[in-house]
Design a protein around this ligand. Structure first.
Ligand code: FMN
Length: 487
């Protein structure tokens, strides 16, 4: 049977998709596939009509420009879950540091929020706010190329490395953009990200962006690859400087101030607490993680090669989400930061990713890398998915969800160590590939044997680690057995 998520993963997600243009019935197959791709499989069916499509000649499929073979759209459409209509319309709006946001989704400070037209298009698409590209008096000279990616087995963009610094526009130009954005989009939230080099610059920048009409200020204490010392994450690793600069910024603005944290540190609670002592109203995390993507073993240069050299610089995207979530958890649980609003980011692509940040305590989330890869249009599925989840769970306001997963995260010494769950094997689904057998033999407790070409479990040896389930490609192994006392 066709696995719709795997087939959707092959889709090239073209702009102006030919499949949709070719549909004689005016449906939107490309939008349906995009919904599947962004974890909205259950509602993908609303963009097509399975009955009508079943009787169609498949013009969408014939128009597909996939370089390999067309996406099997007709089969996908027929396999989409039936649609259940709900009249409930959950409220996605949220109060963040006293500022009303129509939904929790902001562009994070970067190239994706780098100019007027870009932010305007993002707002039109549905983003509630934009943290504008960091403004400073230093105008950096950028390198070319400046990005690199790491992929695995057909997924080209698991992690993303960038060497980009702060805005390379003049401060006066950026201030004019902020002014125009606020004038033309009064209901959207304009956050000015700033970075100074000394006391005077932090004060001046804070005054200027306040006068320009920003709704909030985000202090960039966290860019890990600024050329020149005393900037970005050099500041963010020093709680004394964090407190000092936050205090200076707060002393000349009435706006809420966020302090954006660097993950290039062991305990983020320390600079975050220092920021709140300096008067920060909220904490944003995480900025990018210092990285080296890898080394080209022929040229001996790391990617991206800037004329034969590269530098340690910031890593973002899906790969960093677990690290970002861990920092958000640490901030949310820190007693000194109790009640301090959190804005979370790092690897958010789908509504599900965003919800995870919310469940760990964020009332606002930000995105860059996924927008770089897929464009502003991902907001459609962020909004749709979160709304659907809320309707299904009887949640009327996003604030009801904030932090609700925190009690279940406990120190390792508080975990139950007296019981286990044996993996459950569905022999009908076992295809005899031996992946579970190999992993259990070489990295487990030799609890799996192959009999008549099928995997069998020996409970006497099994410790319930579930590695077998994680490597099984056919879904034959699950954790649906009951938890029992350890033998
Ligand atoms: C190309 C690029 C440029 C960035 N520029 C800035 C910046 O100017 N200021 C800032 O605070 N963070 C900057 N960031 C960090 C992002 O705002 C964000 O914190 C980080 O990428 C993690 O989120 P993501 O995984 O959604 O990208 C940049 C990130 C990227 C990839």
């Amino acid at each position: 049977m066709l696995r719709i998520t795997q087939e959707a993963a092959r889709c090239l997600l073209c702009g102006n998709a030919k499949c949709t243009a070719a549909c004689p019935n005016g449906y939107d197959p490309s939008r349906a596939v995009r919904a599947v791709r962004f974890e909205n499989e259950n509602i993908a069916g609303r963009f097509v009509d399975a009955d009508t499509c079943a009787g169609c000649q498949g013009d969408c499929e014939k128009a597909c420009i996939h370089y390999d073979s067309p996406i099997r759209l007709r089969e996908m459409i027929s396999a989409l879950p039936a649609q259940t209509k709900t009249d409930e319309e959950p409220d996605l709006s949220i109060d963040f540091c006293g500022v009303h946001c129509e939904n929790p989704f902001f562009l994070s400070s970067s190239i994706v929020a780098g100019d007027y037209d870009m932010c305007a298009r993002a707002f039109e698409a549905g983003w509630a706010g934009a943290v504008f590209k960091t403004i400073g008096f230093l105008i950096p000279e950028e390198v070319s190329p400046r990005f690199g990616t790491i992929g695995k087995e057909g997924t080209p963009f698991i992690g993303f490395k960038n060497l980009e610094q702060i805005s390379d526009h003049e401060t006066t130009y950026n201030l004019d953009v902020l002014r125009r954005l606020k004038k033309n989009y009064p209901d959207k939230v304009i956050v000015a990200s700033i970075m100074g080099q000394n006391d005077e610059e932090w004060i001046k920048l804070s005054k200027l962006v306040t006068e320009a009409g920003a709704d909030m200020i985000e202090c960039n204490f966290s860019c890990p690859h600024m050329s020149g010392g005393g900037l970005g994450s050099d500041v963010g690793q020093d709680p004394v400087l964090v407190k000092r600069y936050t205090k200076l910024v707060k002393s000349v603005t009435h706006l809420p101030v966020l302090a954006k944290m660097t993950p290039n540190i062991g305990n983020m609670e320390i600079p975050a607490t220092a920021a709140t002592q300096g008067g920060a109203d909220g904490i944003a995390a995480i900025n990018t993680i210092k990285c080296i993507l890898g080394i080209d073993t022929e040229t001996l240069v790391s990617s991206p090669s800037v004329n034969g050299r590269c530098s340690v610089s910031g890593y973002s995207g899906k790969a960093v989400k677990p690290i970002a979530l861990r920092f958000i958890h640490d901030l949310a649980k820190c007693g000194h930061l109790s009640g301090v609003p959190l804005s979370g980011m790092g690897g958010i692509e789908t509504w599900h990713d965003a919800l995870e940040f919310i469940l760990l305590g964020c009332s606002n989330v930000q995105v860059t890398t996924a927008v770089m890869q897929y464009g502003y249009r991902i907001i459609d599925d962020l909004i749709l998915g979160l709304k659907t989840y809320m309707a299904q769970h009887g949640i009327t306001k996003v604030s009801e969800l904030v932090g609700t997963a925190l009690p279940q995260l406990v120190p390792a010494d508080m975990l139950d160590r007296s019981t286990l769950v044996y993996p459950s094997f569905d022999i009908k689904k076992c295809i005899g590939c031996e992946r579970c057998f190999i992993s259990c033999s070489d990295a487990g407790h030799q609890a799996i044997t192959m009999q008549d070409g099928k995997a069998r479990l020996s409970a006497a040896k099994c410790v319930g680690c579930h590695l077998c389930m994680l490597v099984c490609p056919s879904g034959a192994i699950s954790s649906k057995n009951k938890r029992i006392a350890k033998p």
